[in-house]
Structures are given as structure tokens and as C-alpha cells.
Design a protein. Structure first.
Length: 408
């Protein structure tokens, strides 16, 4: 029997029962707000010579491309790749870049080169966590060759279909069962990931969590909005941060991916690896709150779902987690409160990071995702009285009149 969750706010409460039909199958397309298109860089047609030529733009980038080609020419781990087929595969919010390259034998095989410039990126955490995930039954890329000194890794190729791209396409076609199947696969994989013992990973401690929260006033409020906090607002915001951290740090501790969302999950072929999803961008994994990765997936900055659907998937994860003996309690309403409070910490951090990516790193695409993230923040801030100071600050930043209301 599935739990009967308490009403935690202004969403419609589902009445789940054993074998209940997923809420997503009953939703109309009007329930799904449009989301920005997948911004993963497009891959040029395979087999063309545009790769190296288009990348040969001079400067530091040119030096890195030459380093990749020189490394590939040494046939690392006995693998003979054709450097003339090097093509952009994707980039991310860090200094890492990814390239696709064809093998000389067999020619139809492609691999991925991860470029992580030394001094800016360290590939050793990536190598360690990849080994952990694969040993734990996750579809993480296979490490075929690596050079810590050069900051280069040769990986198995998971293709170019991200979860984001697949979910957007399925939703546009009205294929809601496909969305549900993909998300259920991701939830099952997450339970498996959280069951992996990782005592040597860093702890997601108070200093890390607080440093992330401070990105919000520094980069979003001050730099992006251009607002200056009063002493009273600053003190009130610190009170919100204190409440969040007390909750986050009291949660059970498991392996945390830290960016388990639709742009870092890949749709795999039916017989590829251990099935969906292919998991990427895991090098920042830590040991931390059990709700962190779940809220990253269900309250994704790049694609949003009705709260009723979020709740449906959260219940499904919670049931699997209990069966897998993960440290979750027996009261789903308590768990869901923890989920929301952890989500608020993450979303405040994301607002700061997306602003920083624009103002410091010149990456403007992330600004388009701010409305989605602000929506998550406002919804949770409005639901819990502990976050009333944050809600009032958001109102001021958006130029809205503060409303007086009563709660019981």
C-alpha cells in the first residue's frame, strides 16, 4: 500500500493506491510548460573533416586540440583512433570539453575524448568515481585510456541523445508513457547509486553547503539583479540559510552525484551497458543528504513537471529505496519536507551559479533557465513559514508588493 501523503501546500493531493496509474498518463499537454531546447553542442556529421579544422582556431584551444591529436597518435592503451575525425560532442558548465573520434579499426566505432585542462580541472576524481559507479552496477562510461598529466581521458561513447532531448521529444509528441519509462529507469538507477559505499569521497559538510548558498546573494542578488541587501535582510537571509543547513545536515548520508539531471543522463541502446540511463558528469560526487539527487532529477532546471507528477515519482523512488534498505523513514510526509528543503538549498545555489556562469564565464545560455529555478524557489518559500523572509526578499527583488496573509 502506497503512503497517503499529507497536504504540504497548494498542490492537488494524489490518492495513490497499490498499482496506481502514474499521474503523468492522465495529464494534458497543457500541464507541461515549454522548456528551452537542449543546449548540448550539435555534433557535425561523422566522417567529415570539419572537426579538427573548425577547432583549429588558435590560442589555448588550438594548443589543447594539438595535445589531443598528439596523444591519440601514440595509440593510448593500444587504441588506434583517427584524429582527423575529431568532432565536438558537448561541453558543460566547467572547463571540460568532449570530442567524438572514430577508430581506425573497426571504422564504425566511435569513442569520446574528455579534455580537462590541467590546472583548471583534475581528472582523478572522475576516474575514481567512474570505477565506483561501474562496480556498483551503473552505466557509467568505460575508461579506456587516460593521462593525468595531460588531462585527457578516452571513454566509451554513449551517443548524443540526452535525457533532456528524449524527454522533450516524447512530450512534444504526446508520448507521456515514454517520459514515465525514462524517468522510472533514472529513479531505479538512482537507488542503485545511493546504495554504493563510498567512504573515501568528500563529505557534503556545512562549509560546502553554506558556501553554495552564499552564491545566491553574491552572484544572483548583487550581480544579476543589482540589489543591495539591508542589514535586516542579510540577517534574515542568514536565518533562512541556518534553517536549511540544520535540515540538510540531519538527513541520512549516501553517495551523492550532485548533478543527477536530464543533461547528464544519456539514453542508451537496448543492449548497451546496463541499460538506461548512461550517467555522466559525476566527478564532483560526495557523501551527503539522501534527498539531494532526487530533487536534482525531479526539480530539474532544464525541464519541469507538474508537482503532482513530481510527487508520483518521489513516492516510487521512496518505495524502491525502502526495499533496498536505504536510510529513509516510514513517514513519507517527513521525507517530502526534507526533499523540499534540500531542493531549496540546491535551487538557491543554482541561481547563483547560473548568474556566475554568465558574468564571470560568459556563458549566457544558462540565464534562460532562471525562471524555472525561481519558480521552484518561490513555491517552497511560500509553503513554509521558516522561509517567509526569503519570500519577502523575492517579492522586493521582483518589484512586487508584499502581501499580508494569515496561516494556521
Amino acid at each position: 500500500m502506497l503512503p497517503q501523503p499529507k497536504i504540504l501546500g497548494d498542490y492537488r493531493k494524489p490518492t495513490p493506491t497499490a498499482g496506481h496509474t502514474p499521474a503523468i498518463l492522465h495529464a494534458s499537454m497543457a500541464d507541461f510548460p515549454p522548456t528551452p531546447a537542449d543546449r548540448t553542442q550539435p555534433m557535425p556529421p561523422p566522417g567529415t573533416q570539419a572537426g579538427v579544422e573548425s577547432l583549429d582556431a588558435g590560442g589555448a584551444a588550438d594548443t589543447r586540440i594539438q595535445a589531443i591529436c598528439t596523444w591519440l597518435a601514440t595509440a593510448p592503451a593500444g587504441l588506434h583512433a583517427d584524429a582527423t575525425t575529431l568532432q565536438p560532442a558537448s561541453s558543460d558548465a566547467s572547463f571540460r570539453r568532449y570530442f567524438r573520434v572514430h577508430m581506425q579499426k573497426p571504422p564504425a566505432t566511435t569513442l569520446i575524448v574528455m579534455d580537462a585542462p590541467p590546472g583548471r580541472e583534475d581528472i582523478e576524481p572522475f576516474l575514481r568515481v567512474a570505477t565506483l559507479l561501474r562496480a556498483g552496477g551503473l552505466s557509467a562510461p568505460k575508461i579506456l585510456a587516460s593521462s593525468v598529466e595531460l588531462g585527457l581521458v578516452l571513454l566509451s561513447d554513449f551517443g548524443s541523445t540526452t535525457y533532456l532531448k528524449a524527454l522533450q521529444a516524447a512530450r512534444a509528441e504526446g508520448n507521456l508513457p515514454r517520459c514515465d519509462a525514462l524517468m522510472r529507469d533514472a529513479l531505479t538507477a538512482l537507488v542503485r547509486l545511493q546504495g554504493i559505499g563510498a567512504p573515501d569521497l568528500p563529505l557534503y559538510d556545512a562549509s560546502r553547503l553554506r558556501a553554495e548558498l552564499e552564491l545566491f546573494p553574491h552572484w544572483y542578488v548583487a550581480r544579476h539583479v543589482g540589489a543591495e541587501l539591508s542589514v535586516a535582510e542579510r540577517n534574515a537571509l542568514q536565518g533562512v540559510f541556518d534553517a536549511l543547513l540544520a535540515n540538510n545536515l540531519a538527513q541520512p548520508c549516501v553517495l551523492v552525484h550532485r548533478d543527477y539531471h536530464s543533461r547528464n543522463l544519456m539514453v542508451l541502446e537496448a543492449d548497451q551497458e546496463l541499460g538506461n540511463p548512461g550517467v555522466l558528469d559525476f566527478q564532483d560526487a560526495v557523501r551527503g543528504p539522501i534527498t539531494y539527487d532526487l530533487v536534482s532529477l525531479l526539480r530539474d532546471a532544464y525541464i519541469s513537471w507538474p508537482e503532482e507528477q513530481q510527487l508520483d515519482w518521489a513516492i516510487r523512488w521512496w518505495e524502491q529505496a525502502r526495499k533496498a534498505d536505504l536510510p529513509v523513514g516510514t513517514d513519507f510526509s517527513v521525507f517530502y519536507r526534507d526533499f523540499e528543503w534540500m531542493g531549496l538549498q540546491r535551487q538557491l545555489k543554482v541561481l547563483g551559479i547560473f548568474a556566475r556562469l554568465f558574468y564571470r564565464d560568459g556563458k549566457a545560455d544558462y540565464l534562460a533557465e532562471l525562471p524555472t529555478v525561481k519558480g521552484y524557489v518561490r513555491a517552497v518559500a511560500a509553503r513554509y513559514r521558516e522561509f517567509t523572509p526569503l519570500l519577502r526578499l523575492l517579492d522586493r527583488l521582483q518589484g512586487l508588493a508584499v502581501q499580508t496573509a494569515y496561516t494556521f
